[in-house]
Design a protein around this ligand. Structure first.
Ligand code: CP
Length: 314
């Protein structure tokens, strides 16, 4: 299957096939290093990044593409996304011109733009991502938007497939503490990905931290972390701010921190960056059951698969 844009886990037609394709790429990353020759990938960051920024560039380089990167928030003109605005404030350039111009320099555009966490309706409208899709004339890759992080979700599916010893492992997505209000994107895309896989998937979160019911669907949600962790093969930790009391931190103690005692022999996953001894204790991250570095490595092959599918279509 070729691909126009990659904006959500729903763009994956058959996740098991995509995982196998990504593992083939991992076994021979330079096999298609002519596919992207003379093609340019533009990476636009409205927010910070280590893994996404480097792994997506690495993926592009493995395909023979030329990546160019811009920190939009720090270095570009302030972009206006509303239609019909009298632009006499802080924004100096409209997305209509910005996206059209970048499309002339790039064959594929990748965008990272986090939510405000103050305006639920606007965040859920995905106005930045959708504006780029509307006004760019080239394919678009979502490098984490207001509500989804599909490169991470695909990566996590690949990592679980590589590390499972069971046909149908039990996978728990657990909320974990944090000092700041964080987006729901990683948890949403992980949930979307697990719902497409043949796994026993459950979510554990404190009361007040239920994810969007349209994402959770009929996935079992526990408010008792210990109960959820029983017989778990994989524990995926992630903080997110309240969805119901949108963007708020409503629990500040460390009761839900992931510890070795709690997860036993289960493999530990986290998208990174992670705050040690707040989200998860050192003993877990420093154990052989921690898959976090392998996950970060697989970011390259997930991105490479997505770019390969797009390049086959341009
Ligand atoms: N996991 C992830 O997206 O990492 P970065 O925010 O560093 O890109």
């Amino acid at each position: 299957m070729s691909l126009k844009n990659y904006t959500s886990i729903n763009d994956i037609d058959h996740i098991e096939t995509w995982i196998q394709e990504a593992l083939m790429i991992k076994s021979n990353p330079l096999k298609n290093n002519e596919l992207g020759k003379n093609k340019t990938l533009g990476l636009l960051f409205f927010n910070s990044s280590l893994r996404t920024r480097l792994s997506t560039q690495k993926a592009a380089l493995n395909l023979g593409m030329n990546p160019i990167v811009m920190n939009v928030s720090g270095d570009a003109w302030g972009i206006e996304f509303e239609d019909g605005t009298v632009m006499n404030g802080s924004t100096a350039e409209h997305i209509k011109e910005a996206a059209a111009v970048v499309s002339q320099y790039c064959d594929v555009i990748a965008v990272r733009a986090f939510p405000s966490l103050t305006d639920k309706i606007k965040d859920e409208s995905e106005h930045i991502l959708k504006s780029f899709i509307k006004y760019a004339s080239v394919p678009l890759v979502n490098m984490e938007s207001s509500t989804s992080h599909p490169l991470q979700g695909l990566t996590d599916a690949i990592t679980i497939k590589e590390n499972t010893t069971k046909k149908r492992p039990k996978v728990v997505l657990s909320w974990a503490p944090h000092v700041k209000a964080l987006p729901h994107a990683v948890a949403n895309s992980f949930t979307n990905a697990m719902q497409k896989m043949d796994v026993e998937f459950v979510i554990a979160n404190p009361k007040g931290y239920n994810l969007n019911p349209e994402i959770v669907k009929d996935t079992l949600v526990y408010h008792d972390q210990k109960e959820a962790f029983k017989n778990a093969d994989f524990v995926y930790a992630k903080n997110w701010s309240s969805y119901e009391d949108y963007g708020k931190v409503v629990k500040t103690d460390l009761d839900w921190m992931i510890t070795k005692d709690k997860i036993g022999a289960a493999k530990f996953m986290h998208c990174l960056p992670v705050r040690r001894n707040v989200v998860v204790e050192d003993a877990v991250l420093d154990s052989e059951n921690a898959l976090v570095t392998e996950q970060a490595n697989n970011r390259t092959f997930a991105a490479q698969l997505v770019l390969k599918k797009i390049l086959e279509n341009v």
